[in-house]
Design a protein around this ligand. Sequence first.
Ligand SMILES: O=c1[nH]cc([C@@H]2O[C@H](COP(=O)(O)OP(=O)(O)OP(=O)(O)O)[C@@H](O)[C@H]2O)c(=O)[nH]1
Length: 528
Amino acid sequence: MVLCPVIRKLLHKRVVLASASPRRQEILRQAGLRFEVVPSRFKETLPKASFPTPPAYAVETAKQKALEVARRMHQKDLRAPDVVIGADTIVAVGGLILEKPVDKQDAYSMLSRLSGKEHSVFTGVAIVHCCSRDGRLDTDVSEFYEETRVQFSELSEELLWEYIDSGEPMDKAGGYGIQALGGMLVEQVHGDFLNVVGFPLNRFCKKLAELYYPSGREDPRPAQSHQGRGGRAEDGGERTQAAGPEEAVSNRTGHSPPPFPTGLLELVDSFKASKALFTACKLKVFDLLKDGAPLKAVDVAGKLGTSACGTGRLLDACVALGFLQKTDRGYSNTETANLHLTSDGRVLPPTGRPRGMSVGRGRAGHGVRVCLSDPLLFQASCAHSEETRLGLLRAMHSLAKLTARHVATAFDLSRFASACDLGGCTGALAHALAREYPRLRVTVFDLPEVLQHVAGFQPDGPRTEQVSFLPGDIFEDSLPEADLYVVSRILRDWPDGKVHELLSRVARACKPGEATASTSLLQNLIFV
Ligand SMILES: O=c1[nH]cc([C@@H]2O[C@H](COP(=O)(O)OP(=O)(O)OP(=O)(O)O)[C@@H](O)[C@H]2O)c(=O)[nH]1
């Protein structure tokens, strides 16, 4: 989800975060930004005394971090990314600039300096727009900083050393992490909390809005007005532009550009993103990287029997999508990948084809039976191997487990004594309903070929006798008696006539005063 509309402006660009800080990666990922991570090799040794103020130092360091990455990538690929983001966080106290402590003693002197006092945390940010033309790199640098004031409690020696011995201070500016144990040292914060953690997200979004909507309108079309910004000429064939990324285009042509096809490009990008995800799942990339040490692209390729170059690109795409993380040691799974993309917990069907794109629906010919739980997924049994069918069930089960509690608590169902989940598959929703409503008895009604696999699927929490399974076909067999029918899985994708027939059957089975709850699994929207 992208709450900040201007973040969308970056979705079609190749964005690189020039930072090894896991906190910055997390903050930007949570904001919905898609980016690659290329840590900067710029040495943070600018002469502090030559800067008029501490934030001027942080801004320049952020800029040099980002430019180093832009130049390196340009030299390597002869194609620079579109945007490189660099950041630098420092603590300023009593005229001193504190960065990351070099050892425990350094951490001690920093923290004792902060004890009982207020200090400022500055994060400098540089947004570098790049353009490779005729082998030359053009850069356009926008920069800003944010200040947050932090008041520390008085810290006893014992507390200080205990904190230092936790290891937390070592990779943090000023020697503390406000988002973790270090939060206990802090009495008050004035300003943006995320700025202290390493990235001022709010100011960043405002800056993007300034760059992409200079006239203040949130119009997806490139702006016409020219807004000059700071940027200095670089040597080595590099030019910095004053014009913004999109103004530059319109200024060159002198014409109003046609409306920017944002929606279309989003669709194209989403398709590419899905393809990358499905390919990685199919190759079992996430299984390979689960719980192990990070692996380089060439090692992953060796183990999968794939080309090193293509594998590198696939892994980088997965990094940008937030499923892998990349460090100097190699690639490893993110928590999301460990939880939802390995074979045992996968929320995707194993076909290598996005759900909904498979052919055929409903009851196919030649005696083929279709799973009513999700007609597009669990298809003709003769068309799939047992392994594929189990994979589909596994995907449906994992997805249902993810959403079950939300569905179960979206309505107050406490007045019902019995429910029937039509096409309820492995019973994930039924168990969630049973957990939320201890006096509710739930019958899962589904095809026998689905229910025969139920024992192999563990719901969240223990199985309960409140839930029972009844084999049957919702089009042909009588529906079990219940006060409430759940049709969350059976209404999608049927032709209108079929839906009508189904709902009529359910309506006939209902006693006066009963209810039907329907959910759209895709969007988790619930309507009655
Ligand atoms: O409360 C917190 N304060 C600061 C941090 C983290 O501290 C570092 C600051 O270091 P720097 O800006 O130089 O960034 P690096 O980690 O070295 O990564 P780069 O590759 O970008 O140079 C930063 O990681 C903050 O997140 C914190 O976590 N909590």
